[in-house]
Design a protein around this ligand. Sequence first.
Ligand SMILES: Cc1cc2nc3c(=O)[nH]c(=O)nc-3n(C[C@H](O)[C@H](O)[C@H](O)COP(=O)(O)OP(=O)(O)OC[C@H]3O[C@@H](n4cnc5c(N)ncnc54)[C@H](O)[C@@H]3O)c2cc1C
Length: 362
Amino acid sequence: MDFRDSPEEAQFRARLRTWLADIAGTFPTSGDEYWAKQGEWHRALYEGGFFGLSWPKEVGGQDLPPVYDVILDEELAIAGAPPRPSLGYLVVGLGHHGSPELQQRFLPGMINGTERWCQGFSEPGAGSDLASLRTTATRDGDEYVLNGHKIWTSYSDVADWCLLLARTDPEAPRHKGISAFVVKMKQPGIEQRPLKMISGVTKEFGQVLFDGARVPADQMVGAPGEGWKLAMTVVGHEREPSTLGFAARYGKLVRQLATRVDGPIPADLAWAAVEVEMLRLHVRRRLSEQLDGIVHGPDGSLDKLLMTWVDQSVGHAALAVGGTRDPELLGSYMYSRAQSVMGGTSQIQKNIISGRILGLGA
Ligand SMILES: Cc1cc2nc3c(=O)[nH]c(=O)nc-3n(C[C@H](O)[C@H](O)[C@H](O)COP(=O)(O)OP(=O)(O)OC[C@H]3O[C@@H](n4cnc5c(N)ncnc54)[C@H](O)[C@@H]3O)c2cc1C
């Protein structure tokens, strides 16, 4: 495959560079300020014509090949701009399982950023073992009544809507009694409590308590009991190669770290540089496969694991170079610790790889 830009891609890259140069320095890249302004950043990208590039036109996307997302990720990194908000997994979840009415109603606002979303899957007793979730949705006329407790819900403080998993049939086998809903967040019976991260960030996520909140029955996504299927689509997509476009961002940080070293390059930094290059080549291979129409199943777990290794290697390198004195580098190390937990832990990815790719175990 030829990885040079086609004339159209080169034109897109040039337009993006000019746009980024015009707005340089106006958006924060880390900490609470970044999370507080993420919605504004999302809308700015969309209005500039740079968000939802590979999603369908009918719902506000541009139907472009996935390589445009990678160009976007690369140019954002080069410009020192924040990453694009990641919500492809929600778009895919609703896109694959929602009725045409639900898709038309909700996907445009999700993509253009006028409506903010969160994902209400994990609970205090149900993370890796998601099928043991206990939040209930009980039918009452044309509505369901919600009771339960979600945790680690990213963007729950600003979300207008939540893609929620709840148990609708307590008698059914555990995977079959779960349904998915689009739930309005700002209503009586929903309380959001922020969680402070080890990096000091307080605005990224929280816990959400449901106490008699309501959702119209026609906002169930898919049929009753089909929530597990949606969950598998969503978590599978959280691990897909399109989310690996961070290679350029890591590469830039590694090069910046190298300029701060006086003596010999620390081993952690050298290793991070090797891993970043490996990730860059891996993203290209996956892109090439995507363009050939190859759909990845459990391979997404390999991608997630690789991305986690690279993220944490770069975090270690940041710590090796900056020590604990540089708050931004320390923050990037701290945040990298979360990578092996969010979107499914590394141990769970290894279970999937051993069982579904290598055919090991029961
Ligand atoms: C930054 C961040 C953002 C997040 N955002 C969201 C969000 O928006 N929405 C949402 O719903 N959730 C979100 N999560 C939650 C995330 O999906 C869960 O934390 C994750 O699935 C792990 O679940 P848990 O925390 O309950 O850990 P547990 O499942 O309790 O796991 C604890 C430890 O046991 C290990 N373990 C568990 N089961 C097995 C097994 N079968 N084999 C081997 N080891 C095992 C795990 O690997 C882990 O090391 C987020 C998490 C983070 C860190």
